[in-house]
Design a protein around this ligand. Structure first.
Ligand SMILES: [Cu+2]
Length: 350
């Protein structure tokens, strides 16, 4: 990913037109994949992280693989689909002149209604969509200013003092009109009353609940259709975040408090301030398979690479986790699980 294998799936539906959102790809609907890089004196990319606990913090920011990126704006408003595609760095995006923008979506989809913001902080893997207005013949600089990392020890070591220019918007002398963004964008919501299971996840060092990743071990078994609450806590004094595959969640609370509005939408990745408990709610609606697991993990890539990850399967009611296919011709068995009659054998030849 650091070397460039980072991209987006952009999903739209039939409601896009009614939303009033700019939606012409490459014109007023722009992917903005932000990655920091470190170059040696002779211009070679390096992943040397000098022992930083969270990984490499590069001094050069690239957008869509470009240093010093700009976009020529030809419309009154532009929609930026921001992705933090960095290995470790946390960005706090906003405009240099402090202009407000509309936050319209987070990781997993549109918000219920647009939210006026002046900045939006994203940890690795998080996404946000913003709509910003520009005046004809002017420029607007999207920057990342000092992120709020919470109660980390030595925040400067984790990028809390860093700021960068990210993307310059250069508006043409005449701009095509843009629609007003609809005040209602989507509808969703899960009631905590519907949750049947609560699980706890403690992140510490490179472990989740005291264990590092084992591809032969299923850590959690979820029943299809269940609504669950996952309580996630960063026990360290340095940053982690938490990403769940398969589902979108909503944040019920952060240390007992309702989440701020910009964290109240559908998400699959959340920054974990040290020593705080994040209660997440989600429903496992589809794609059950007792053998093929999904992952949950810290999305700081160094941590993930060093094993800060676990696996869960989603099973039909009454099923238990099956054997996981492996590359050595065998099959691992989850503890207390046994292959089910009729479970297909998908062992790979070595
Ligand atoms: Cu981590």
């Amino acid at each position: 990913m650091y070397r460039g294998l980072a991209g987006m799936f952009i999903l739209d539906d039939e409601d896009t037109a009614a939303s009033g959102l700019p939606s012409e790809y490459g014109v007023d609907d722009i992917p903005v994949i932000v990655q920091d890089k470190q170059f040696t004196e002779d211009g070679q990319l390096t992943l040397q992280n000098d022992g930083n606990e969270i990984g490499l913090l590069g001094s050069t920011v690239m957008v869509n693989g470009t240093i010093g990126a700009h976009h020529k704006v030809t419309t009154e408003k532009v929609r930026l689909r921001l992705l933090n595609g960095s290995t470790a760095r946390i960005y706090n995006f906003g405009f240099e002149d402090g202009r407000p923008f509309q936050l319209v979506a987070t990781d997993g989809g549109l918000l219920r209604s647009p939210l006026e913001q002046r900045n939006i902080q994203l940890s690795p893997g998080e996404r946000a969509e913003i709509v910003v207005a520009v005046e004809p013949g002017t420029t607007a600089m999207l920057r990342s200013s000092e992120p709020d990392l919470g109660a980390v020890a030595a925040p400067f070591a984790f990028g809390a003092n860093d700021s960068f220019d990210v993307l310059e918007l250069r508006a043409a002398g005449e701009l095509a009109p843009s629609s007003a963004v609809s005040p209602t964008l989507s509808d969703f919501g899960t009631d905590e009353f519907d949750a049947s299971v609560t699980r706890s996840f403690e992140l510490e060092g490179r472990k989740i609940n005291g264990r590092t990743m084992d591809m032969g071990r299923i850590d959690e078994t979820v029943t299809l259709g269940a609504t669950e609450v996952w309580e996630v806590r960063n026990k360290n004094l340095f940053p982690h975040n938490f990403h769940i595959h398969d589902v979108q969640f909503q944040i019920l609370s952060i240390d007992g408090e309702a989440p701020p509005a910009h964290l109240a939408g559908r998400k699959d990745t959340v920054y974990l301030s040290p020593q705080k408990t994040y209660r997440l709610i989600m429903t496992f609606e589809d794609y059950a398979d007792p053998q093929l697991p999904y992952m949950f993990h810290c999305h700081l890539l160094l941590h993930e690479d060093e094993g800060m990850m676990g696996q869960f399967v989603v099973v039909e009611p009454g099923q238990s986790a099956g054997a996981i296919p492996t590359n050595d011709g065998g099959a691992h068995h989850a503890p207390s699980a046994h292959p089910l009659p009729g479970v297909r054998d998908i062992r790979h030849d070595a």
